[in-house]
Design a binder for this molecule. Structure first.
Ligand code: ADP
Length: 262
């Protein structure tokens, strides 16, 4: 049984100003973003979604997480139809999702309100703050942290909840290059340890190649699945030293309309 079943997902938006292309390519107030997306995601899998900007990657992620409604099609998680957000799943947004008036500790604590045993709750908060190497910064507020530390706090907040599924929308956006690589490594380590089913949207092809169990490429709007590729490469991965990975990178770039990458 697949963990997530995405069946025939379509999403149209009605533009108040200006016109866009509908599913038949005509100019219309109704803009089709997704047009029949089918995909199955297995328990514990990390799936990365790539595609052109504006293809509808984030829209698809929001629909699967129950934060947006499809115009047609259905999403099943654990064989139950999704009709709204679930407390069992966590969404890590592109921009900082920490509450600025709460400390690191309080932000991580937020998702754990249902745990009544104070000692258990405190242990859990300590554990995850430690995993993301923020011990000593528990009482700091988000504005007192670097961008990378904020992202790590957010990952601690997300994972402490012990979510059934982790949704990540461009989680490395806005980070400097080194921090991006370090946090990416942390996400890989956390995934290999906790094996959370993870669906991540990114526009960084290398991130998908380094991280994913499977890569899904969406086409231009109205988007469908153009390519699904299983990555049976051992980790840690090095794209330049693995001909299979560099070949796959070339194919994805070509599919996205880039024929030469230095
Ligand atoms: P991607 O993540 O692939 O860059 P998005 O899913 O963010 O793309 O958006 C796809 C397109 O859907 C956007 O170009 C925009 O035109 C449209 N869109 C997204 N959200 C809305 C909305 N709330 N109202 C109207 N149009 C939207």
């Amino acid at each position: 049984m697949s963990k997530i079943k995405i069946r025939g997902i379509c999403r149209d938006y009605v533009e108040r100003r200006g016109k866009g292309r509908d599913a038949s390519g005509e100019l219309s107030n109704k803009v089709s973003v997704l047009s029949g997306v089918d995909l199955d995601i297995e328990e514990g899998e990390m799936v990365c979604i790539l595609g052109p900007s504006g293809a509808g990657k984030s829209t698809l992620l929001r629909i699967v997480a129950g934060h947006d409604k499809a115009s047609a099609g259905s999403i099943l998680i654990n064989d139950v139809e999704v009709d709204g957000p679930s407390q069992d799943n966590i969404f890590v947004y592109q921009q900082n999702g920490l509450l600025p008036w709460y400390s690191v500790w309080e932000n991580v604590e937020l998702g754990l309100r249902l745990i009544e045993d104070e000692a258990e709750k405190n242990n859990r908060i300590h554990e995850y703050i430690d995993i993301v190497e923020l011990t000593g910064f528990e009482s700091h507020y988000p504005h007192q942290l670097s961008g990378g530390m904020q992202r790590r706090a957010e990952l601690a907040r997300a994972l402490a909840v012990n979510p059934d599924i982790l949704f990540m929308d461009e989680p490395f956006t806005g980070l400097d290059y080194l921090t991006h690589l370090k946090i990416r490594e942390e996400v890989i380590n956390m995934h290999s340890f906790y094996q959370k089913t993870t669906l991540m949207v990114t526009h960084f092809i290398d991130d998908a190649l380094i991280m994913a169990d499977r890569i899904v490429v969406l086409g231009e709007r109205p988007a469908k699945v153009m390519m699904v590729e299983k990555l049976d490469y051992p980790r840690p991965r090095n794209i330049d030293k693995d001909p299979g990975l560099s070949d796959l990178r070339d194919r994805i770039f070509l599919m996205l309309g880039v024929s030469y990458v230095a």
